[in-house]
Design a protein around this ligand. Structure first.
Ligand code: AMP
Ligand code: GLY
Length: 446
């Protein structure tokens, strides 16, 4: 089997790594990939926005399955585009991906089908939104309707801040077209968790839950980021809570989308808040999470290619989907200054000094040829020898952006996995590297 993965983050490196555990998967291509996927698969020089280029690559490399990682191409209609040409693609269609692409659409669907979420109102023009905010008690949550790279949500603790957020989104258009509409919603208090399920359009199967840490610094301080670490399964998620999330959120959402004529095939990711009144949806995503994938897939016992094909072919009800009881922890190593501007091109060292079983999933890295490699440095994060070994042995991995890599370990308990990650992440160095030291700490305390 030949598989093409779309995307360039640590999520995609993890997907590629997981695919390669299946001996029937002969080749994995990644468009555009990163330094990590370069070590274990074949990066293609195709940006994820170039649908024609991707379709051409599918034909040229006789790809049997495409897995789309990020939301951009899903919401942009890549699945429709490729499936129109008869290619099996794992991921929702453009219509189904609106569950992430438009918060207003998601809210409307949830309200009509009785799926628990924060009370909210959607506005097409700023004046009405400003008037509405004046009647609300703080805190007030203001969200850009469309995709805003995880930055479109403001939890405003004063009305002034809420007005400012509306102005930024709708008047100054800091997120471009994503700010055509704004969703204003009730503030929910509780424990946050990410819940993942897969669907073939009809059958919905739970994967697992994970925690994400969105703030840059320890103690949930500092600016929001794409995610600084993750672990699973979270200490507070009982099997009853997982069942309740399936019954009240995942199943009715998949049924609702089918009823509305947009059957959902792919991973459905619910950002959840466990409130005093039970679990409520904060947002839906139409894909695997990042950094959650880095701790979800190492625990998944089911083969990923098989799972993806079962979803594409509508055979999910016949596939057992299982997870190991192990815990998994992932900590992101980021560049100084992230999530603001960062320096790039800094050499990364220590990748060859990691304990066995500890994995490194790359995000913003690239391989520069010239500096010497050791055998173990490219083996970090892979179980298979790459075919381009000679080339790799003469390259050097360097940083290429803000979130550089995720260091991941499984273990019999969260505490053990966590200790292994922190022992190892300290050995990886580049100028200005930083990471949170409190990822999964709450599980250790409990
Ligand atoms: P989202 O991109 O919708 O997941 O929002 C980003 C973050 O904002 C979430 O992870 C929550 O921490 C927070 N958030 C979003 N909606 C609400 C809400 N209604 N109440 C409280 N916090 C929220
Ligand atoms: N973990 C946040 C996201 O994937 O959107």
């Amino acid at each position: 089997m030949r598989v093409l993965v779309i995307g360039s983050g640590a999520r995609e490196h993890t997907i590629v790594w997981k695919l390669l555990l299946n001996p029937e998967v002969r080749d994995v291509f990644v468009a555009p990939g990163n330094g990590g996927t370069h070590l274990i698969a074949r990066n293609l020089d195709q940006p994820q926005t170039d649908f024609w280029g991707i379709a051409q690559a599918v034909r040229e490399h006789r790809v049997d399955l495409v897995i789309v990682g990020p939301e951009g191409p899903l919401v942009g209609g890549l699945v429709d585009f490729l499936a129109g040409g008869g290619v099996p693609v794992f991921g929702p269609t453009q219509a189904a991906a609106r569950i992430e692409g438009s918060k207003g659409f998601a809210k409307d669907l949830m309200q009509r089908y009785g799926i628990p979420c924060a009370r909210s109102q959607t506005f097409d023009w700023a004046v009405a939104a400003h008037v509405f905010v004046d009647r609300l008690a703080e805190p007030i949550v203001v969200k850009a309707d469309g995709l805003a790279a995880g930055k479109g949500v403001t939890v405003a603790f004063s009305r002034e801040e809420a007005h400012q957020a509306i102005a930024d989104i709708m008047e100054r258009r800091v997120f471009g077209d994503a700010g055509e509409r704004v969703v204003i919603e009730e503030y929910l208090e509780g424990q946050e968790y990410s819940f993942f399920a897969v669907s073939d359009g009809e059958t919905v199967v739970p994967l697992t839950a994970a925690r994400d840490y969105k703030r840059a610094f320890d103690g949930d301080q500092g600016p929001n980021t794409g995610g600084m670490g993750s672990y699973g399964p979270p200490a507070f998620i009982s099997s009853q809570l997982a069942d309740l999330t399936m019954r009240t959120v995942m199943e009715p959402t998949i049924r609702a989308l089918a009823r509305e004529g947009s059957p959902y095939r792919g991973v459905l990711y619910a950002g959840m808040m466990l409130t005093r009144d039970g679990p409520k949806v904060l947002e839906f995503n139409c894909r695997f999470g990042d950094p959650e994938t880095q701790v979800v897939l190492p625990r998944m016992q089911t083969d990923l290619a098989e799972l993806a094909l079962a979803c594409v072919d509508g055979r999910l009800s016949r596939l057992p989907v299982t997870f190991s009881d192990e815990a998994c922890v992932g900590v992101v190593l980021a560049s100084a200054g992230y999530p603001e501007q960062v320096a790039t091109g800094l050499p990364i060292t220590g990748l060859d000094r990691l304990d066995e079983g500890v994995r490194v999933f790359h995000a913003a890295t690239r391989v520069r040829r010239s500096a010497p490699w050791t055998r173990t440095s490219w083996l970090a994060g892979t179980d298979r020898e790459p075919s381009n070994l000679d080339e790799l042995l003469s390259g050097q991995v360097e940083t290429a952006g803000g979130r550089v890599l995720t260091v991941v370990s499984t273990g019999p308990t969260v505490a053990v996995a966590r200790r292994r990650v922190y022992e190892n992440i300290a050995r990886i160095r580049f100028e200005g590297a930083f990471y949170r030291t409190d990822i999964a700490a709450e599980a250790e305390e409990s």
